[in-house]
Design a protein around this ligand. Structure first.
Ligand code: WQD
Length: 340
């Protein structure tokens, strides 16, 4: 018998890559997604990659009765991996209530319905944004968290606080929060990847969209930061490496190996690269010149953010494998494939 796992947001960028890894590791997957920032065709592409079609339920998690109904037909779910959330930083600044309502009500509803059914294994998709502007680097899980700049980031911090309270009130729950650094790249098949709605907020899709001619030029937000070349440093991590970490976290839960019932892990490579290094590496990989210009800093950007991911290595037996070139090559392959 395969273990059945519920994946919310399973048609999205990180969700779809995780579904592939789950199927490859012999899990049965049920996806709930409202398709607000994803496409149903992803299900077919997952089937093409894995040979297995996951169960798909189109559902807005804010509708708790709909969620209850889905779970009625999936009584044997062993764990939930919760990706479903809005994630556009800029939009969240303009529409904070939309973000608090969607991201927090969805979380509360999925937790409520799972607790009702006695399903107490839960993995949460969190973000390094909860560290704000860190005082020390590399960032360990013991670094203090700060109020994130954006409402989007704050929903991640508030969600972790909700999960921590829940873990104290319900000792039988097993919760793992995974704090992602900067996920980029796409599956090697070129069949799934990142497809942002409208103008991308994030660096990698902006670069690849510029290179295919969808955008005129990349704006580099500031080159006067206290870093080696003046542009901010981030810890870019391949989305497939990230997906694999979810499978490891899930196995830890199902094997009852958690040291405490609420655990947090950083998911990064431990290497920091500047915006200019990313551009240079893209130019090398694509053999193209990228059109870019230096403009003013963007509100809320911090100079340096990179992980110490030793805890994940020790406890999850997981380590990121791809280097920057591989990540960028996969993102570029995806962008070219998706536009043809
Ligand atoms: C990286 C660097 C920009 C775009 C955000 C969220 C985080 C997470 C990932 C998302 C920065 C620079 C970017 C551009 C640029 N979650 N940049 N021109 O800001 O580190 O993290 O995305 O779902 O929670 O906060 O990532 O890719 O936006 O930026 O110069 O057009 O690239 O200034 O230094 P960030 P990013």
């Amino acid at each position: 018998m395969k273990n059945k796992v519920l994946v919310t947001g399973g048609c999205g960028y990180i969700g779809s890559h995780t579904v592939v890894e789950l199927i490859d590791n012999n899990f049965e997957v049920v996806i709930i997604d409202d398709l607000s920032n994803s496409n149903k065709k992803t299900i077919d592409n997952i089937e093409q990659i894995t040979g297995v079609k996951p169960t798909f339920c189109e559902c807005d998690l804010k509708d708790i009765n709909h969620v209850r109904n889905i779970l009625k037909y999936n009584k044997d779910i062993k764990a939930t991996i919760h990706f479903a959330a809005y994630k556009a930083v800029g939009e969240s600044v303009e529409k904070p209530l939309l973000y608090y309502q969607n991201n927090l009500i969805s979380l509360i509803n999925i937790l409520t319905t799972q607790l009702e059914r006695g399903n107490t294994n839960f993995i949460f998709s969190s973000s390094a944004t909860v560290y704000g502007n860190p005082k020390t680097l590399p960032i360990t899980e013991n670094n203090e968290t700060q109020r994130p700049f954006s409402p989007y980031g704050n929903t991640k911090k508030m969600a972790e606080e909700i999960l921590e309270d829940l873990s104290k009130a319900h000792k039988k729950t097993n919760i793992i929060s995974l704090r992602y650094f900067n996920p980029i790249g796409a599956h090697q098949s070129g069949l799934i990847g990142e497809l942002p709605n409208g103008i991308p907020n994030n660096l990698m899709p902006y670069i690849t969209q510029t290179a295919v001619g969808l955008r005129d030029k990349l704006s580099v937000y500031g080159n006067d930061y206290p870093t080696k070349d003046g542009t901010p440093i981030r810890d870019y991590i391949h989305v497939v490496d990230l997906a694999k970490a979810h499978v490891k976290a899930l196995k830890r839960q199902l094997d009852n190996e958690q040291d405490k019932n609420f655990e947090i892990f950083n998911l990064g490579t431990g290497n920091g690269y500047s915006v200019m290094e990313v551009i240079k590496t893209f130019e090398e990989v694509s053999k193209m010149k990228l059109n870019f210009e230096i403009v003013q800093r963007r509100d809320g950007d911090v100079p340096k953010l990179f992980a110490n991911a030793n805890l994940a290595e020790e406890k999850l037996n997981w380590k990121a494998e791809s280097d920057l070139k591989e990540m960028i090559a996969s993102a570029w392959k995806w962008e070219q494939k998706v536009r043809t």
